[in-house]
Structure formats: C-alpha cells, structure tokens
Design a protein. Structure first.
Length: 261
C-alpha cells in the first residue's frame, strides 16, 4: 500500500479544512487529484508528507503508520514537486547541482560531488528531456524547464512516491504540453514511482492516471477509475454547474454547458 488514509479530519480553530477523508493508493497505481482552489488539496498533501497531523483518523504511507515512524527518514522516499520549491532554490546554481541536491534533500550542495552523482543527474535530465540545460544557471531557465529540473531533482532520491503539485501552473500551452509529454514518457519506465498528479484542470489528466480522487470543500466527492468520473453528469455535480466535456484523443476538456433559451 502506497497511501492508506482512513477517516482523516483536520481542523484549525473553527475551520474544518478536511473532513472524513479516506483514500487508498496501491503500488503501481498513478492517481490524479482533482479539485478547485480551496478544496483542501494542499492540506491533504501536507498530511501525506507528515507536515500536518490529523485531528482525527489515521495515515499510513509506504506501509508505515504515522505516529510510529521517523518522518524525516520516510520523507526521503517521497518526492514532492511544487512551484513553491522554485523560490527556495539558489538562482545562480548550475542546473546539474540543483538536480543533485535532491539526493541529499538540501537547498544547494555542501558535499564533494561524486562522479556517479553527475552521471545520475545527467540520466534524469536526459529522461525528462532537459539535458540541453546542463551547466546553465538555474535562473536562466524557463518556467517549464525549471519544472522538469525539479522532477529530475525529486527522482535523484529514488522515491517510491512522487507528488506533482500543479506542475503546469503558470505554463503556456506549448510548455505545458512539453512537460506533460515528459511526464508521460517517465511513467512508461519500469522503475517509475507511484505518481500523484495534482491539478484543477481535467485536460492535464493523462491516460496513465487511470484513477482519480475528486476533492471538494475538504471532502471526497468521488474516487475511482478516471474513465468513470470524467463524464458530463459527474463533473456537473462536482463543479456544481452544468458542464460538457470534449474528448481529444484520451484527454478530457471541460466547458460550460450552453444555456438553454
């Protein structure tokens, strides 16, 4: 079991930000986590990575129940890529050093580089299609290039779980598609960790994410096979507004339903 969350609630003063959330992710599964802004996605991620503690309920990640495991050690097996991490990295660092820092879970490098670290960094940059950025200053890279570098950085630690937290946020159409292509190619590898792809855009949910969790106002609206959830009826209920879906290949695009009359 990669993630096992049972009846988790999290309250802060008078606010309940998560209520009775249960969710299981089995080994080998890739999930999309879909929810609008304010739905509780980030709170749930902080729970999974052990930065927040549930008011009620239990959480197990990678077979370890929280409360009986050293979270500092467990986090080494969890990769989390988010736009907020970009702001913490040193802008003048060379790209390969940014990637290698993921192996040590540090911001910047403080130890002597090993030759195998450089080889592994090149391997992951090549896998993500950003090897051409080698030895560039991090600040000279585009937003999409930085996201690829952050994914490569997370993979340096050989995580068993990789969380991609709205990785396409702020990208233009073409940068988004290039990043999604890289993610799709990554999931085709036999050594790919279980992926959680967090978004509020259905069109970013690639076919490889065969399972989806729909989160609304801190509660699980639906969970299950993506194909069963990405319908006009389910999504209209979820968004609380009539929507229609357009299918382009295996991608789902949502638009507001045309008003009648």
């Amino acid at each position: 079991m990669i993630i096992d969350i049972q009846h988790v609630t999290w309250k802060r003063e008078a606010l309940t930000l998560l209520h009775d959330v249960s969710w299981r992710v089995n080994k080998g599964e890739h999930w999309a986590l879909l929810g609008l802004n304010g739905s509780g996605k980030t709170t749930l991620l902080n729970m999974i990575t052990g930065y927040l503690w549930p008011t009620e309920g239990s959480i197990s990640v990678l077979g370890h129940e929280y409360g009986s495991v050293d979270l500092r050690e467990l986090r080494k097996s969890i990769g989390w890529v988010s736009s907020s991490l970009q702001e913490k990295l040193y802008a003048s660092d060379r790209t390969q050093y940014v990637v290698i820092s993921g192996k040590h879970a540090t911001i910047g490098l403080y130890n002597k580089l090993a030759g195998e670290d450089l080889e592994e960094a090149r391997h992951w940059m090549q896998t993500l299609g950003c090897e051409h950025l080698w030895d560039r200053e991090y600040r000279t890279c585009s937003q999409g290039e930085k996201q690829k570098l952050l994914i490569a950085r997370a993979l340096m630690a050989n995580p068993q779980l990789l969380i991609l937290d709205e990785p396409c946020n702020g990208l233009d159409l073409f940068s988004r598609e290039r990043l999604l292509d890289s993610i799709s190619e990554l999931t085709a590898r036999p050594d790919t960790p279980s992926l959680i792809y967090v978004t509020h855009h259905t069109e970013e949910i690639l076919p490889v994410f065969q399972h989806s969790l729909l989160l609304r106002r801190g509660e699980v609206f639906r969970r299950g096979f993506t194909a069963d959830l990405m319908t006009s009826d389910v999504l209209s209920d979820f968004f609380e507004a009539p929507v229609e879906i357009d299918r382009h290949g295996e991608r789902i695009y949502v638009r507001a339903a045309a008003s009648k009359g």
